[in-house]
Design a protein around this ligand. Structure first.
Ligand code: GUN
Ligand code: FE
Length: 466
């Protein structure tokens, strides 16, 4: 590929590279990146690196490539509920809208139909790697994994473990059956592709502490301790009533995070959704265990859960990524998570406006563009413990990428022509302006191609070819 490339580097830095040459191997990995190559020197630059007669895909003037978005937390079976239920807070929302919808996935045909459209929709929104919750059903969760595998998306897929405090029509009979089904799903997913080439991986998914007995959490901890590669995802400290109920159910645990830690479920590949109301000791514990936080601001606003102090977590060195948390969140797009993460940080920062005595770099401040980009890409990769493979462009990493088109063709928002992008700006400044405009007012209409491991799997132009 030859053209403009956006590449996150660190929490506060990204590279905006016009005239960049990006070489991808047949296996879909990044071979090399050469910055600022004159158009007339493309073939010579390639030849110097031993590449003769290779196809070069030129990007248009209004296009750029960036790493794909990473959604560190969503629920596949809750997509039919998108846009409803926002009048509830968490525990009533689960009982009144969420559990009844998830129960329908006992029907494999309903699951297949729903998940087929869910997965393509997530991909077309630019999410190249996604952490999915399924339902408690083994068969439906296998179907979800099969569909993701067939579409070529990178994903973690888990079936919910939930054997208490759930309605009689939607609950697992015992810890033993929950564990047995979990093991079957793990085996099924690991059988989809040869080890080392697998894009879909299993993830242990204790729904949240409230829905699991001590015995079930203990059994899951044992399963995890024998299998370090196994990811773990769960919810934590989302809502005040949830936290109070958790403390009632686990009176001996030092904290909510302490519940998971007691059972060996907090580790480097644990993804903790929300963390809105964490106590300082929990932040320390999560950091010590190297677990990550999935920040889900759209959901936290929509379910009136609160505002996570993400800037503080970043200053304290926690790994943070973004999650859509469909359908607690009303949008499957990480672009909306970025916007609401920006608004959430601004809400937190309001009382501190104008003060010059705020300690730290991110605490109680708005989040700058490089940080928002980071959370949506490399930060998410860290949370998923996949930052060696994905999240940014570097030799040896996978080519999981988006081609963003801001030209306004075929009815897409044309912010390059209409917004504040000054045509007189040099290439780098213009690219930075295009990125900012895309993050704040673009949508799936601007995502023309979506690649995972070098393979084209979605986007606006893919849909047109389909
Ligand atoms: N806590 C337990 N289950 C859920 C869920 O489905 N969504 C959210 N946002 N929080 C939860
Ligand atoms: Fe959730």
């Amino acid at each position: 590929y030859y053209g403009s490339v956006v590449n996150p580097k660190a929490l506060d830095v990204y590279d905006a590279l016009p005239r960049c040459l990006l070489a991808i191997s047949a296996q879909g990995n990044i071979d090399f990146i050469v910055e600022d190559v004159e158009e007339s020197l493309i073939q010579q630059t390639l030849a110097e690196r031993g590449l003769i007669d290779v196809e070069v895909v030129p990007l248009g003037r209004y296009e750029f490539i960036m790493p794909g978005f990473i959604d560190t937390h969503t629920h596949g079976p809750q997509f039919p509920n998108l846009g409803s239920g926002g009048q509830y807070e968490l525990l009533d929302w689960l009982q009144n809208v969420t559990f009844p919808m998830e129960a329908k996935f006992s029907d494999p045909e309903f699951a297949r139909r729903t998940y087929t459209s869910v997965v393509q929709r997530v991909i077309n929104n630019g999410t190249t790697a996604c952490c999915y919750y399924g339902t408690l059903h083994l068969e439906a969760s296998m179907i979800l994994a099969d569909i993701i595998h067939a579409h070529g998306q990178r994903a973690l897929v888990g079936k919910c473990n939930m054997n208490r405090n759930c309605p009689p029509t939607y609950i697992e009979a015992s810890s033993a059956t929950s564990i047995e089904d979990t093991k079957s799903l793990i085996a099924h997913i690991r059988g989809l592709a040869p080890a080392g080439r697998a894009l879909v991986q299993p993830v242990l998914t204790p729904r949240f502490a409230i829905s699991c007995t001590d015995e079930l959490l203990d059994d899951l901890g044992k399963l995890a301790s024998g299998d370090n590669a196994l990811h773990i995802q769960t919810h934590i400290s989302e809502n005040e009533s949830e936290i109070a109920f958790t403390k009632e159910l686990f009176p001996k645990a030092p904290s909510y995070a302490g519940v998971y830690d007691t059972f060996g479920l907090l580790r480097q590949n644990t993804i903790l959704a929300h963390g809105v109301h964490l106590e300082p000791s929990e932040v320390e514990l999560i950091k010590e265990r190297k677990a990550g936080i999935s920040h889900c601001p759209t959901s936290n606003f929509n379910l009136s859960s609160g505002v996570a102090p993400v800037g503080e977590y970043l200053d304290k060195g926690l790994k943070v990524g973004l999650g859509t948390d469909v359908s607690g969140g009303f949008s499957p797009s990480i672009l909306d998570a970025i916007r609401n993460a920006s608004i959430a940080a601004k809400v937190v920062s309001l009382p501190y406006k104008g003060r010059d005595d705020i300690p730290g770099k991110y605490t109680n401040r708005m989040l700058p563009i490089p940080t928002l980009l980071y959370l949506a890409t490399l930060g998410g990769a860290e949370v998923c413990d996949m930052d060696k493979e994905i999240g940014s462009f570097a030799p040896g990493k996978s080519f999981d990428a988006l081609i963003v088109d801001t030209s306004g063709r075929s009815g897409n928002p044309n912010f390059y022509e209409h917004a504040s992008v000054d045509k007189a700006l040099d290439g780098k400044k213009a690219l930075e302006a295009m990125l900012e405009a895309f993050l704040f007012c673009g949508d799936d209409g601007n995502i023309s191609r979506v690649y995972v491991q070098g393979r084209l799997i979605g986007g606006k132009s893919f849909a047109r070819l389909d």
